[in-house]
Design a protein around this ligand. Structure first.
Ligand SMILES: Nc1nc2c(ncn2[C@@H]2O[C@H](COP(=O)(O)OP(=O)(O)OP(=O)(O)O)[C@@H](O)[C@H]2O)c(=O)[nH]1
Ligand SMILES: [Mg+2]
Length: 323
């Protein structure tokens, strides 16, 4: 029996042939199926269309799931450094992000409220530091994309709930899970281990039991974690927190000044601790590769004296570059 296909069908088929993505192909196939004349002569064709739709839908779903996982496993760095907060459920990671940034990360009394990484910018003096809130990590389930995110971040904040009796397990569970992925948060050496700079954050220090638990943490872990800090994200006492995060990033701020003009404070250049005059000059502009000399102002010893290219800079130094 002839199929007697209609112009609408041919139109949809053309769309199918021209479709570039699996999603578009599936859409076109569905249109073909909708407009195909329904009679005996097209039964085989209808069945073929259904099979194709089912096959291509599966591929398309797989592709978009992979795409999503890929897109979650990287976050572009912004500001003076990228800081990732991790921990077991309900320890207060989202409370920290909400207290310090403009991001609205849901804070809830029940666990697993955070389902996707959430990025916010924390202000510290005249710079901004990027914080990432993450879905909780547990033995039973951990999002795979968290591992590349942790690897890429500049520092890790391991957040512990000081109100709970299981503070040691909280640390061990997370460090074990990361170790299985060759990531170490502890102050140790090990072949093939990626050592991450980490601050152990004991949260909820507004609660009565917190102090005792903090002391236990310090006693047992001060070797593994040279930086242990207790906070109350609820109360929002952020001064030490911000300073400690900045220090741990091990960056310095260097300002520049135009020759012959008074200093006007602009955006600082963020450099790795240990950077010298030449490195800052190149960061300012590649033409400064041929730097002749520089003058330095700091809050102590220098007020415009010449410094060598190899001079190692400190946080808040002001440089005047001469070509
Ligand atoms: N007392 C006290 N409670 C806090 C503090 N910080 C957070 N909380 C409470 O702890 C609960 C969990 O906080 P969240 O910020 O949602 O915890 P989370 O680590 O993001 O947890 P999930 O994303 O849901 O796994 C909420 O009820 C908060 O109000 C704190 O410093 N003190
Ligand atoms: Mg959360």
């Amino acid at each position: 029996m002839p199929a007697n296909l209609t112009p609408q069908y041919h139109e949809a088929e053309k769309e199918y042939r021209q479709a570039k993505t699996y999603t578009d192909k599936v859409e076109a196939l569905k249109k073909m199926l909708a407009v195909i004349p329904k009679h005996k002569g097209t039964e085989k064709l209808q069945a073929d269309l259904k099979t194709k739709i089912s096959k291509l839908s599966k591929i398309s779903q797989k592709k978009s799931a992979k795409k999503e996982a890929d897109s979650l496993s990287h976050i572009d760095k912004e500001g003076a450094g990228q800081v990732i907060l991790i921990g077991k459920p309900n320890v207060g990671k989202s409370q920290i992000i909400s207290g310090l940034t403009n991001s609205n990360s849901p804070v809830t009394p029940y666990p697993f409220a955070t389902r996707k990484p959430i990025v916010g910018m924390m202000e510290f003096e005249d710079i901004k530091i990027q914080l990432i809130d993450t879905p909780s990590i547990t033995k039973t389930f951990t999002e795979r994309y968290l591992f590349p995110l942790i690897r890429e971040a500049d520092i890790v904040l391991l957040v512990i709930d000081l109100t709970q009796e299981d503070i040691l397990e909280q640390v061990e569970e997370i460090t074990d899970i990361l170790r299985d992925e060759s990531i170490s948060l502890k102050n140790e050496t090990g072949e093939d281990l990626l050592l991450k700079k980490c601050i152990l954050i004991g949260n909820k220090n507004d609660s009565p039991k917190a102090e005792m638990h903090l002391n236990v943490l310090k006693e047992l872990y001060s070797k593994d974690f040279p930086d242990i800090l207790s906070i109350s994200a609820l109360k929002g006492n952020w001064v030490d927190f911000k300073k400690q995060v900045f220090d741990k990033l091990e960056v310095i701020r260097v300002y520049t000044k135009q020759p012959g003009k008074p200093f006007e404070k602009g955006e600082p250049f963020i450099m790795k601790k240990g950077a010298n005059v030449q490195e800052v000059a190149i960061a300012v502009h590649k033409d400064f590769e041929n730097l002749k000399f520089a003058r330095l102002w700091d809050n102590g010893n220098y007020s415009g004296q010449r410094v060598e290219r190899g001079y190692v800079l400190k946080d808040k130094d002001i440089l005047e570059l001469h070509m």
